[in-house]
Design a protein around this ligand. Structure first.
Ligand code: ATP
Length: 413
């Protein structure tokens, strides 16, 4: 472990709370193990991840269809999928235990027992016929879904890594049986490319061929993409060859017009956990700059190495922060608000207004949020229409014209 890895998880968890990324769920009542709430900046990071995923895997392709299915299904779905019989864990008492959360649907004698979905994938399979009838897709094609999944994990732990309520981004890609190996390799490359694109530290990502006997009940081949978390090398995302197990069990098929025959397509499943993506990005982006001169003057904040989150600008919760040097000087505030903040906000959306505390403290805060640029409006601005723009990674400042700000940031991102 490098020096930075000492207590890294503790540092990340406390930064996430301090800066409004992630909170323990129902914290004022002592919390509940395995549940977390995302605050303003964590949600922005999560949305950037999801948007980038949707853009790459759905919007920019011709062969992908989106879906947003319900979370609770007719329980027959989970019998057919094998989850009622097979989605089991073993308790420390050595008892078999189904990880699906049960819930009652309806009242009194009418009530039936169903489950909160433990994966988004089944929503896709049970809508297979609807999608075929609506879009008439030709093989190969995929259906993609982002949504919550629930598992009554026996030992939730490691912050966002193992939760009981989490979010998945899943694709079921339907292919002819003879072509599964080709598309398995293809999706492996696509997954790796996206991880790189969003800024996951690829030196920490490793492929694991999951051996016989350790794969999920539906899988004939699985490659896990593991990540070097501070608590060990563990799964980040997965790629599975689900054969035609699910469609067969749901008695669904497809007319292959090319061959003029009825077939049950085979499935390649790239699956991504949103929360593990958030955690891997936080861990990839976390930097300590021991040379950083930034000492805090603020109450309750300790001096120490400059901490910053080196997100790619398109993933950063905030693209730039705008600060009037002094918040009690109306001429500075007015200028900062109308001539800098408003146009940047209209252009980039993810722009923060920060006038809280002295400039050092604001930089420290924005560094920890991972804001690539901080813009300060001072008395010279009023004379010559220039501002200071500070770079998060180098902590260097330069002076640029207000009229060049949008172009400057656009070029950088
Ligand atoms: P693990 O072996 O870590 O329990 P898994 O193999 O059961 O994971 P999958 O069923 O393949 O996981 O789920 C797909 C993805 O959903 C995983 O790659 C992971 O990113 C995410 N995921 C699974 N379980 C959890 C969880 N308890 N908390 C957060 N994310 C999860």
């Amino acid at each position: 472990m490098s020096k930075t890895d000492d207590n890294l998880m503790e540092k990340i968890v406390s930064l996430c709370k301090r800066r409004g990324f992630v909170f323990q769920s129902s914290e004022i009542y002592g919390g509940l193990a395995g549940f977390y709430d995302y605050g303003h900046y964590g949600l922005a990071l999560q949305n950037n991840i999801k948007n980038s995923w949707w853009k790459k895997f759905v919007d920019s392709r011709r062969d992908m269809y989106g879906l947003n299915s319900s979370i609770i299904f007719n329980p027959k779905v989970w019998v057919a999928s094998g989850h009622v019989a097979g989605f089991l864990s073993t308790t420390p008492e050595g008892k078999k235990f189904n990880e699906m959360f049960q819930t009652q649907v309806g009242a009194g004698e009418e009530a039936i027992t169903s489950y909160l979905r433990p994966e988004t994938a089944q929503g896709i399979f049970v809508n297979f016929k609807n999608l075929i009838d609506a879009h008439h897709p030709k093989l190969p094609f995929g259906i993609a879904q982002i949504g919550k999944a629930f598992r009554n994990e026996i030992a939730p732990r490691d912050f966002l890594f193992r939760q009981r309520e989490f979010e998945q981004m899943e694709i079921e890609y339907f292919v002819r049986a003879s072509e599964w190996e080709k598309y398995f390799e293809y999706w492996k490359d696509e997954m790796l490319e996206w991880m790189k694109e969003i800024g996951i530290d690829m030196t920490k990502v490793h492929e694991l061929e999951v051996p016989n006997g350790e794969r999920a009940h539906y899988s004939k081949r699985t490659t896990d993409f593991e990540f070097d978390y501070p608590f060990g090398r563990k799964e980040l995302f997965g790629l599975a060859y689900r054969t035609n197990f699910d469609l067969s069990n749901h008695k669904l098929d497809y007319i292959d017009e090319e061959k003029n025959e009825k077939i049950v397509p085979h499935v390649i499943e790239p699956t991504f956990g949103v929360d593990r993506a958030v955690l891997a990005l936080l861990l990839s982006a976390y930097k300590e700059d021991p040379e950083g001169k930034q000492v805090s003057n603020g109450a309750g904040e300790k001096d120490g190495p400059r901490v910053y989150l080196k997100f790619k600008p398109n993933m950063a919760p905030v693209i730039c922060a705008v600060s009037p040097l002094l918040k009690n000087k109306p001429e500075l505030v007015e200028y900062a608000n109308t001539k800098v903040y408003a146009p940047l906000k209209a252009e980039f959306g993810r722009v923060a207004w920060d006038d809280n505390g002295n400039i050092g403290k604001r930089y420290r805060r924005q560094d920890e949020i991972g804001t690539p640029y901080c813009i300060v409006i001072d008395f010279d601005t009023l004379k010559d229409d220039t501002v200071t723009i500070r770079d998060r990674d180098t902590a260097l400042q330069e002076r640029i014209k207000v009229s060049d700000l949008v172009k400057y940031i656009e070029e950088k991102i």
